[in-house]
Design a binder for this molecule. Structure first.
Ligand code: MN
Length: 742
């Protein structure tokens, strides 16, 4: 450990480094960390020194080297922002503080925090990628020295490295760093596996070495015979990728055939394809294994030809063919580009995905969605397709024509009506494959469909569709709200225009914690707020608004309102976009959890839920339709009414009751009626958990000898609604159902 060693490492690639600056940082860090000791017993300064050497290995610029030396001074020595700024200037200070922020991030915390931390990391990357590169060097050195840490710390750090930093290194194309991180993760997370592979390797060193040198000679010979000069290198796969193969294909170490791979470096791009032809005519290629990453580079800029052939001794071997420049990018990724553009930022390296994620994240409300989209970017599994003009479009694996349309342009996405893949019409949920040519059919009047959300894969498409639907839903609610409020205001001899221009409406809105009058109308339209409540604030105190509006609820409605209030947390139905809206079940149909359901916004009384097949629901105003779905986390029971046709025979009722209780249903009431011809019609109100439970109960009743047929009828209310709603005696129209706007 010496300054000269570091200076030498930098000078090896940098023509004229500012060594004084590096030396200043070196001395300052050494002084600041003096007396601090690492878990290994070494001086703390060794850590920052090694980190700086790694940044030199990545061939980073001088400010990055200095920042690497200083990267722990803020966190561990409490050096102030002003001190750093005064001594080293804003550029280095920014990198050091960026690294400090990343160090403080814990990625293993709960979802929301994790999403926030991903955001921070992406913002740091978008701002200055050097922050992340220095952090990767810091992490690599910490991983190399992890054995000195206690067991739980080892696991945590290794897991975080596996989840975040190794994929990040991969995404940035720094292959050697990624492989080493992954192998170290394997060592600490699955020590028994690591040990197994290591011992197998040690036992076969001799054979392997002779196989490699023999095959290398054969390859060089075959290439030279055809006039292609090439450098050939044989190498073993990394432990982690061997383990990956064993795990994926569920095979033993001995069954992993292409443990050894060969890399052929040729002078020109043309020679890559020539070399490929020679290899394929010398050894039998395995179909489906050829990949052309030269014509279609990986997102991290990696270029190479890959093929797998049957090599000497019948062994499969993977061969990679590339030029020296491609090899440099393959090994160093973003860092290789860095060198050519010293001081000039990072043109040439595609960080578009980082910018897109940063841009996208502001639309994504749920942390889960955001994490998924970040992970999607970090673990790219992609397909490449073409526009009719031959432009390459990169999409995530499993993408549909709709994803493609949104990738081209948001407006194209919104207006998609159909798609042609390789000149054949396909459904919109068709899965695109590599090399497809995709043409999108659009119509100016077409709008996104919420069904698209079922199959789109890219976060851009999802996010744009949701934003559109949300805006649409909002404007619909706004119109409904304005309509309701205008009519009710007319009843009290006022008008919306008048109240609005007096400024009173804004006042009321703000009094309710809303920003604008529009928000207030939308709340009314959604059914979250009643117009009665708003109008009450406009009238003098003591005036009975409900009487004025002639909308006084009947006593039964009052009871129902209360019941709904009480039970709304226990209904077990969620309304798209809201978690605090009143929900109740219509009485005309009897949806059970698992049934398809639809919701309608009622006037000031939340949302009424119908079964998807209910004729009343189909008649209702489609303007008031909202998305509702069963809340899987809620475990409520629902009443269901059964009509059982059976023989009229002794003991049958008891047997049926036993069948029901045996299959876990609660019998609320039972009623039997005999009819002609020795038949009986038995009506039961029972409570069940969901559709599947109901089906089980039904089957068990059908098994009872003497039972002819079981039918499901209506009953009413949730069973835990504290009795405020009496079970209806017969089917009847909903008392407080959806009200049509006239
Ligand atoms: Mn550190």
């Amino acid at each position: 450990m010496s300054f000269e060693k570091l200076a030498g490492a930098v000078q090896r690639y940098h023509p004229s480094p500012d060594l004084k600056l590096i030396e200043d940082a070196y001395k300052f860090a050494e002084e600041q960390h003096s007396g601090q000791v690492r878990a290994s017993g070494e001086a703390y300064f060794t850590h920052v020194f090694e980190t700086a050497l790694l940044t030199a290995e990545l061939k980073l610029d001088v400010p990055s080297i200095a920042a690497a030396l200083l990267h722990d001074t803020v966190e561990d020595c409490l050096v102030s922002h002003e001190t750093l700024l005064g001594k080293f200037g804003p550029e280095i200070t920014d990198i050091v503080e960026g690294v400090t922020k990343l160090t403080r991030i814990e990625f293993d915390s709960q979802e929301e925090k994790q999403a926030e931390n991903f955001r921070k990391m992406l913002l740091a990357m978008a701002k200055d990628i050097r922050v992340v590169l220095v952090k990767l060097c810091d992490r690599l050195h910490n991983m190399r020295t992890l054995s000195h840490k206690p067991e739980d710390k080892r696991r945590r750090t290794a897991q975080e490295t596996k989840d975040i930093y190794a994929p990040l290194a991969n995404r940035l194309g720094i292959h050697w760093l990624k492989s080493e991180l992954e192998d170290l993760c394997l060592l600490y997370l699955r020590p028994e596996i690591y040990e197994l592979i290591r011992s197998k390797f040690d036992n076969t060193t001799k054979e392997r070495d002779s196989y490699i040198s023999e095959t290398t000679q054969n390859l060089i010979h075959a290439l030279e015979e055809s006039g292609v000069s090439a450098a050939v290198k044989g190498r073993c796969k990394h432990f982690n990728s061997i383990w990956g193969k064993m795990e994926r294909s569920n095979i033993s170490f001995e069954e992993v055939h292409d443990v050894i791979g060969f890399r052929i470096i040729v002078p020109t791009l043309r020679a890559c394809y020539e070399a490929l032809g020679i290899i394929h005519s010398t050894y039998k290629p395995i179909p489906g294994k050829f990949k052309d990453y030269i014509a279609m580079p990986k997102p991290n800029m990696y270029q190479s030809l890959h093929t797998t052939v049957i090599g000497p001794g019948g062994q499969r071997m993977e061969v990679q063919i590339r030029t020296a420049e491609m090899n440099q990018v393959a090994e160093e990724g973003i860092a290789a580009h860095w060198r050519y553009k010293e001081g000039g930022g990072l043109p040439g390296f595609d960080l578009q995905w980082v910018r897109e994620l940063v841009e996208t994240q502001q639309y994504l409300k749920s942390p889960d969605e955001f994490i998924q989209s970040v992970k999607g970017e970090l673990f790219p599994e992609e397909v490449f397709v073409f526009t009719p003009k031959g432009q390459l479009v990169r999409l995530s694996f499993g993408a549909s024509p709709v994803d493609f349309a949104y990738a081209v342009h948001t407006d194209v996405g919104h207006r998609t009506t159909g798609a042609k893949v390789n000149n054949t019409l396909v459904p919109l949920d068709h899965r695109l494959r590599n090399g497809d040519t995709v043409e999108i059919l659009t119509s100016k009047t077409h709008v996104p469909n919420k069904d698209w959300l079922r199959f789109v894969k890219s976060s851009k498409a999802k996010q744009r569709i949701r934003a559109f639907l949300k805006a649409e839903e909002h404007s619909r609610s706004l119109a409904i709200g304005i309509d309701i409020l205008s009519k009710d205001l007319r009843k009290v001899k006022s008008s919306l225009k008048r109240v609005e221009s007096s400024g009173k409406m804004l006042e009321i809105a703000q009094g309710l914690g809303l920003k604008t009058e529009g928000d207030l109308y939308a709340e009314i339209g959604y059914g979250k707020l009643s117009s009665t409540k708003v109008i009450a604030k406009l009238l003098p105190e003591g005036v009975d608004v409900e009487e004025k509006l002639q909308a006084k609820p009947t006593p039964l409605q009052r009871i129902f309102q209360r019941a709904a209030q009480v039970s709304r947390d226990k209904v077990g139905v969620k309304v798209s976009g809201f978690d605090d809206i009143l929900v109740r079940f219509a009485k005309c149909c009897e949806p059970l959890p698992g049934d398809r359901i639809v919701g309608f916004i009622t006037r000031g009384r939340g949302v009424t839920v119908h079964s998807g097949e209910c004729p009343r629901a189909l008649e209702s105003d489609p303007l008031r339709l909202v998305d509702v779905f069963w809340d899987d986390d809620m475990h409520t029971t629902r009443k269901v009414r059964l009509l059982v046709y059976s023989q009229d025979q002794m003991g049958l009722l008891a047997n049926m009751c036993k069948a029901m209780t045996d299959s876990g249903a609660n019998i609320i009431s039972a009623h039997a009626k005999t009819s002609e011809l020795g038949r009986a019609e038995n009506t039961f109100d029972i409570s069940v958990n969901d559709v599947r439970h109901y089906e089980r109960v039904k089957r068990s009743i059908e098994m009872v000898p003497g039972v002819i047929k079981v039918e499901r009828l209506g009953s009413g209310g949730t069973t835990d609604d504290d009795g405020a709603v009496d079970p209806p005696e017969k089917k009847r129209a909903p008392k407080t159902g959806h009200v049509r706007l006239k």
